[in-house]
Design a protein around this ligand. Sequence first.
Ligand code: AN7
Length: 352
Amino acid sequence: MIENGIMARYGALLDLPAHTIPITLNEGNTPLIPAPRLADELGGGFELYIKFEGMNPTGSFKDRGMTTAISEALGAGAKAVICASTGNTAASAAAYAARAGQKAIVLIPRGKVAAGKLAGAVAYGAQVVQIDGSFDDALNMVVAISQRQPIALVNSLNPYRLEGQKTGAFEICDVLGSAPELLCLPVGNAGNITAYWMGFKQYEAIKSYCLPRILGVQAAGSAPLVLGHPVDRPVTVATAIRIGRPVRGEQALQAAEESSGKIIAVSDDEILAMQKRLAKEGIWVEPASAAGMAGLAAEIRAGYRVPAGQRVVAVCTGHGLKDPDIVVKDLPPAKAVPPMAELLEEVIMAGL
Ligand code: AN7
């Protein structure tokens, strides 16, 4: 049997217990797509790449950490796994648990999860529980239950999640031949920024690659790491990162500081504008996934200039298909035309 997931490719670099039983959907190996036109629009003179994590099996970067977390949990004997989620973790946990023959229980904040994520969790057979509260409330609940019951917690508090997610950094370095100078990514619960920083540091140690600066980007209405205090009622159109008390917050701040980077916030309008701009490159991402790139654009508007020749990577964490409603909700329905070529021609020529 040939498997080509992140554990097959990077297993020797991952700190996983011997009891781990690999469960994979051949996640990872996602495209690193050059975006020269967008780079030119942002001042030019540098190389810009989009790491399109929406190309993972369940449509988000979470699959990298879920293959490792579920594999460890299965090896440890867990028959059930649980997580709180703004949606993507839920879909990913549901898929990998299904493959491992485990039951998955996922808690989501009611009314604040994009349609494609909820549908995914249901399709993969998870028990979905809606909470009349925030992601942060749901996380507190699943932590408590996993301490009382033999149910494995697969949120990014679980260290094996980060072991898997750090492979995103390895892949970027392997494609570029060294580390980029700057990495931009969205920040919610702050597991991913923490994992990327771990990955880059590991490659620095074993391959002597340099370290990138890390630009972490939160949504302005949900920016505890920028404000310096928890946010009790986070609000943002980017529901994936609607998180007011990031559990890996300290590590995220440390990654930003150690890397000479920073964590900033961008408005929902900036996020949605960048989502539209990325679509013009043929890359449709969900709103949260555009935040990293929106942060870079905001920095450049504020006077930052990417040094000549540098390589910048923006991690786009989830696929646009996860959240179709955000795109169609403000649009008039597509024009309907009777089956007559002349009428079609009129409609087309009016739009040219
Ligand atoms: C598309 O699924 O927290 O900073 O419960 O879905 O590692 O939390 C999702 C987070 C960025 C932020 N982009 O990553 C969940 C969840 C997308 C996301 C993030 C998420 P972290």
